[in-house]
Write a new protein. Structure first.
Length: 120
């Protein structure tokens, strides 16, 4: 499991990479300036930090993901449930549904998911 989190701005930056990969570092600087109002140095500093964490890689000026967006956020969700609910998904769902009612479609989707998981 990944042992790191992204702040709100880092998440927006990571999304730029995930949505455009592989992307040249030059193009990443342009997109970061447009979306985040960052200077070139800020882009490279944050990119280096995320590469050091093993989320992305920058090889010969081309940036791409080592970890997909889905993999990253799945690991973050797993960590949250582990840290907050002692790893109990039922405890998480019980807490979640106390404040937010599930729609009939969501309940049915969960039933299908559980049934498929039990079969597989």
């Amino acid at each position: 499991m990944f042992d790191y989190q992204l702040g709100a701005v880092e998440s927006r930056f990571a999304d730029i990479i995930w949505e455009n990969q592989p992307i040249s570092s030059t193009e990443l600087v342009k997109k970061s300036e447009e979306a985040l109002k960052w200077k070139k140095s800020t882009t490279y500093t944050v990119l280096k930090r995320l590469c050091d964490k093993g989320i992305f890689k920058n090889e010969k000026g081309t940036v791409s993901a080592v970890v997909s967006r889905d993999e990253f956020y799945a690991a973050q969700s797993e960590r949250f449930v582990e840290d907050s609910f002692n790893g109990s998904l039922p405890a998480f769902l019980a807490a979640f549904t106390k404040r937010k009612a599930l729609s009939a479609e969501e309940v049915e989707a969960l039933r299908r998911f559980v049934a498929e998981y039990g079969e597989g």
